[in-house]
Design a binder for this molecule. Structure first.
Ligand SMILES: O=C(O)CCC(=O)C(=O)O
Ligand SMILES: [Fe+2]
Length: 220
């Protein structure tokens, strides 16, 4: 049970990788869903990124701050419409700092955290994401992940390869997951979404939103 009297338990899944269930309240989730609807429209509309092999990802992504395409960051979305992506909003920097503070119980690293890129992913019922590392950033600052909508099966592994050891956990609407330190470059993925498990009270009728905030370490 997660409410003010019974705050969510943090769980360290691997060194530097922390799951905080129920971290976003319903009001925050609703705000993010409303923002997502705007971001998805543009100026760079949400799209499935094309992998170098020619396949499109099953997840659709819209970016803030820097545009990501496999496997680099640019300010303009050359693979979509050539337009510059939206700025990374100040409120999301603040939320990222609060997330780092909540995950690591460390106000100093939280205050120093300055995410400048967000990948905002939308998963339909059958979307998934294969095991990968987030390694296009030139910084080892933590990645902050927020989930809203349908529950996802999330697989968090090791830094050596896609295989064992890994931990499977459910990311439920409102959950926070932060990975930094020795787990910053760990392989992870989303093998499955559980359709229909999200509450419509968030404003999301179906599917799942996941936001990952990153520090690119890039300058203009
Ligand atoms: O959807 C998730 O929980 C993870 C997303 C992810 O790993 C990514 O965008 O790089
Ligand atoms: Fe990732």
């Amino acid at each position: 049970m997660t409410d003010a009297l019974f705050p969510a338990e943090r769980r360290e899944v691997a060194p530097g990788a922390v799951h905080v269930p129920g971290w976003l309240d319903l009001h925050e989730q609703k705000d993010i869903v409303a923002q997502f609807m705007c971001w998805a429209r543009g100026p760079v509309p949400i799209r499935a990124a094309r992998l170098p092999g020619g396949h499109d990802m099953s997840v659709r992504t819209v970016c803030l701050g820097w545009h990501w395409q496999p496997y680099r960051y640019t300010r303009e979305a050359g693979d979509v419409n050539g337009v510059r992506v939206l700025d990374f909003p100040d409120w999301l920097v603040t939320l990222g700092q609060r997330a780092v503070a909540a995950a690591f119980d460390d106000q100093t690293s939280a205050a120093a955290y300055r995410p400048d890129a967000a990948l905002v992913n939308y998963y339909g019922d059958t979307a998934k994401m294969g095991m990968h590392q987030d390694k296009d950033e030139k910084s080892d600052a933590p990645v902050v992940s927020l989930s809203i909508g349908d529950t996802a099966k999330f697989r968090f592994g090791n830094t050596a390869d896609r295989g064992q050891p890994y931990t499977d956990l459910d990311l439920v609407s409102g959950d926070l997951f932060v990975f930094g330190g020795p787990s910053r470059f760990a392989f992870h993925g989303v093998p499955k979404i559980y359709p229909g498990t999200g509450s419509r009270a968030t404003g999301l009728a179906s599917g799942r939103i996941n936001i990952t905030m990153r520090v690119t370490g890039l300058s203009e």
